[in-house]
Design a protein around this ligand. Structure first.
Ligand SMILES: NC(=O)c1ccc[n+]([C@@H]2O[C@H](COP(=O)([O-])OP(=O)(O)OC[C@H]3O[C@@H](n4cnc5c(N)ncnc54)[C@H](OP(=O)(O)O)[C@@H]3O)[C@@H](O)[C@H]2O)c1
Length: 312
């Protein structure tokens, strides 16, 4: 099969021929229709995960997938061949990822049926970023009217988190460069959100909106300590970048280091919200699998929202 691979790390990903994987006991073989690019993929190629996870070379990259169940490993009775499914490759090692024509995934973790009304492209872009966004918003649990600063609102996780927080009635303050990025963020929600330019004086802009500090921060980009300093006493910060309780020890605030837990319930919630229109999957560009290295380069250069990969 064709797959986006790394022969070593750090390295530039290439599209090459590798053996099609076989499902092990408890696994599904999924024919991939769509995937997307995540920071995790960029980090893998850059070698940042060395020493943290086993790397199996040639390493097939990719976390998100949407497609059709092609075969079942022994003992799998929760899915049948032909089911439309999506999710996140949740394995303790790197090497059998979803930027490929086929992927094997555990049937019991990180996979969920695609409901009617959700396209494969949107499903393939929703898994990891959606889970990280939902888990982050849940970690700070904003009440109606509370202020939530979303740092990294223009990215894949942020553009979903902005929508989830706004739907809960929070007053969202979103970071964006002026111009196209700001326009993209304001277009995400029907409700009013505040924009702040992170390339300017962030603190002054946030204090003008929330003089006593914000109630909650989602740290998806930027400096966690600086952002934590913008919280009111008793405020909460959730970080996908590892800024956790240790970093705020002795301060009157709470910090949650979020690790996206792409369980079937979370995936089903995200999918249902996407179908109902409560959540728009912010795909801004789509690339064929053969062009996936270009998508990874575009991601690294600073793309808006989600970059989808489609497999024919
Ligand atoms: N812990 C987990 O389980 C988990 C799960 C998913 C993602 N993540 C991590 O979460 C982060 C966000 O993921 P993503 O997929 O949304 O990445 P992304 O698409 O690259 O988004 C990051 C966004 O942040 C913006 N940005 C850069 N510097 C900023 C700053 N100082 N202040 C505010 N915004 C800034 C970027 O805008 P410009 O392009 O204009 O610079 C970009 O739009 C990544 O680091 C990713 O690895 C972790």
């Amino acid at each position: 099969m064709r797959a986006v691979t790394l022969g070593s790390v750090p390295a530039t990903p290439v599209v090459s021929d590798v053996d099609t994987p076989h499902p092990q006991a408890g696994e599904l073989l999924v024919k991939v229709a769509a995937s997307s690019v995540n920071g995790f993929d960029a980090g893998t190629a850059a070698g940042y995960l060395q020493g943290m996870m086993e790397h199996r070379f040639p390493l097939v990259m990719g976390k998100d997938f949407a497609g059709t169940v092609e075969a079942l490993g022994d003992g799998v009775d929760s899915f049948v061949v032909g089911d439309a499914v999506f999710g996140v490759v949740m394995k303790p090692f790197l090497g059998t990822g979803s930027l490929a024509q086929y992927v094997t995934v555990p049937a019991g973790y990180g996979v969920c049926p695609i409901p009617e009304g959700l396209s494969a492209q949107d499903a393939g872009a929703l898994g990891l970023a959606g889970t990280a966004a939902l888990d982050s918003v849940n970690a700070v649990d904003p009440g109606k009217g509370e202020t939530v600063l979303v740092s990294g609102a223009t990215g894949g996780v942020g553009s979903l988190a902005v929508q989830i927080a706004a739907a809960r009635g929070a007053q969202v303050i979103a970071t964006a460069r002026p111009g196209a990025e700001a326009g993209f963020v304001t277009g995400l929600t029907g409700s009013k959100i505040h924009l702040v330019d992170f390339t300017g004086d962030l603190e002054a802009q946030v204090r003008e909106i929330a003089p006593g500090g914000v109630d909650a921060v989602l740290h998806l980009a930027g400096d966690g300590a600086q952002l934590a300093g913008l919280l009111r006493p008793g405020g909460r910060i959730a970080s996908t970048l590892g800024f956790g309780p240790d970093a705020v020890e002795g301060q009157e605030i709470t910090a949650h280091a979020v690790m996206a837990d792409a369980n079937a319930q979370t995936l089903a919630t995200l999918a249902a919200d996407a179908v109902s229109g409560a959540l728009r999957v912010p795909v801004t560009a789509s690339y064929a699998l053969e062009q996936a290295p270009d998508a990874l380069a575009a991601f690294g250069a600073g793309a808006l929202g989600k970059l989808a990969i489609t497999c024919s």
